[in-house]
Design a protein around this ligand. Sequence first.
Ligand code: 2NL
Length: 347
Amino acid sequence: MSDLDALLQAAQADFAAAPTPAELENAKARFLGKSGRVTELMKGLGALSIEEKKTRGAEINQTKVAIEAALTARRDALAAAELEKQLKAEALDVTLPGRQRGTAGLHPITRAMERIEAIFGSMGFDVADGPEIETDWYSFSALNNPENHPARSMQDTFYVDMKDENGSWLNLRPHTSPMQIRYAQAHAKRYAGQETMPEIRVIAPGRTYRVDSDATHSPMFHQVEGLWVGENISFKDLKAVYLNFITAFFETDQLQLRFRPSYFPFTEPSAEIDIMFESGPLKGRWLEVSGSGQVHPQVIRNMGLDPERYIGFAFGSGIDRLAMLRYGVNDLRAFFDGDLRFLSQFK
Ligand code: 2NL
């Protein structure tokens, strides 16, 4: 075999052995580069006679062309292999099922709240919503809480590091009553000076806050308060409204309702409302579901109304507890843990 045939074979072998384009370029330099073996052969031509130069030069050139062809072939092969690899890696299996879009559901407390709003809406109650950071006056004073009442203490109420224009610390509302006071004030102002005023019929559902945390108390909880103020509203209206609400909420007439005397600074007289199911898993147990009472004359006055003319009832119920009873949940904290295994059961 001639030295040139050997050189071509060596180049072909080196190119074939190069696993990557970069290594192929290194192999190319060894044969075709500035000090590569082909270039070295060309340099050696100078020592030959003119005749020999012609034939030897032509042979070297032929070999060079063949080496270049081998290089190009190997470059193409490597590029094709790379493309093949990429296509394989990015291959789509068009027979796979498409991605399912899961159906979301509302939080059980939101569901309970929406049902409560719909039920009271059907009885002509408006829905009021307002600030969760409240002033001392709206959370306590307007509701006839004495200045030194324990509810005002930091053991019971969360305070915010900010004061109102009277220099009193702001609080996270411990009940939704402030919203009802705001609503009643706006209502009274709107009809001030007119001969008659439409009745106030409103519920205030929403987040409330108290310093308390165990299986049945969360520092953030939900309350719905109701207020009906007019010239001739009595406990019989409260009983009718609450009974209608509770039977609609639990979707059963198989329950009894009772009032138990109680005390709140903002109502006089005051009563707890208990219910007892006559069937179902909770059958036969009296369950406390609400506080209630006739709105205290001082609170009527704080709404901007004349207590000699206006009278009404109010109640306050824990939404979380109603939802627990309705959905059979025994730990309040499940509502707020954010565990989808629990939450996705409500759809
Ligand atoms: C409870 C007690 C109650 C009220 C809330 C109320 C609101 C206004 C005026 C008078 Cl604007 N009263 N709300 C009345 C009685 C009881 O809730 O412990 N609920 C869970």
